[in-house]
Design a protein around this ligand. Structure first.
Ligand code: SF4
Length: 258
């Protein structure tokens, strides 16, 4: 019997370590796994998750050069409220020579500030903007306090035009066919576009009107649709990267190009 393939999930597919400097995240996404874990371990409640509390220890400490790539942040976002402290931590990471993957549902003003402040660390910085749909109705439902599509696209264009390394995470993809979105993003990508499925959704406070959103996820996560996505991805070449969760659902070995 062949040895089971090791599945890497979530952020481990992208970086060797994570840094965060807040607890809680005002975006309050309904599929947030960090929120689920924070509630399970009594660090937050369903109501308090969207309050972003600075972690002074993480903000004030020093950061040495780490092995491999560092992802910042992974369990909160860079918002107008958290920007100043995020800049403090990012500066320490860059000054120590770390390669940093900045992952965010981008707010244009924050991206402008980051680009201006860290222009000299351009070679150490890659942006990975999470843009999960072109449909603002879906974004407003699943990611209630995050920026709308137009602001995220504007941020991507800005970072690209300033000469930064750019990539996008379409995880979780919220449109049945994520390739309409892919086509819009491609001109502004220097690295990769990652497509992943929704692995978790909160079932708290669902009302009758919300049910259609949940049912649609079952449909777009069906094996039939995932298979269609793996086929379409091949046409785009190496720039499209499918996350392990898709291959895992289909019982397929990851394609070599990933
Ligand atoms: S942006 Fe990320 S950390 Fe924040 S609520 Fe959404 S999924 Fe959670």
């Amino acid at each position: 019997m062949s040895k089971a393939r090791k599945i890497t999930l979530g952020t481990k597919e992208w970086a060797d370590s994570n840094v965060n400097c807040y607890s809680g995240c005002s975006n309050n996404c309904k599929y947030c796994y960090a929120k689920k874990m924070a509630i399970r371990f009594n660090r937050k409640t369903n109501e308090s998750w969207n309050e972003m509390v600075p972690n002074q220890k993480a903000i004030e400490k020093g950061y040495m050069k780490r092995k491999g790539r560092v992802m910042f942040p992974s369990s909160h976002d860079i918002t107008e409220e958290s920007l100043d402290n995020c800049l403090v931590v990012l500066e320490k990471l860059f000054k120590s020579g770390n390669n940093v993957l900045i992952t965010t549902k981008p707010r244009f003003e924050c991206i402008q500030v980051i680009c201006k402040k860290f222009i000299k660390y351009k070679n150490l910085l890659q942006f990975r903007f999470t843009i999960t749909s072109i449909n603002n109705g879906l974004l407003e439902f699943w990611e209630p306090n995050a920026p709308l599509f137009e602001e995220r696209l504007k941020s991507l264009k800005y970072a690209y035009e300033k000469g930064f390394k750019t990539s996008v995470s379409i995880e979780p993809f919220l449109d049945k066919n994520p390739f309409t979105l892919v086509e819009k993003l491609l001109p502004y990508i220097t690295e990769s576009i990652w497509v992943g499925k929704m692995n978790y959704m909160s079932s708290s406070n669902i009302n009758v009107n919300d049910k259609k959103y949940y049912y649609s996820i079952y449909e777009i996560n069906s094996n039939k649709n995932l298979l269609e996505i793996t086929k379409k991805a091949l046409k785009f070449g190496k720039i499209i990267r499918l996350k392990d969760s898709i291959f895992n659902s289909l019982g397929l070995n990851k394609l070599k190009r990933n």
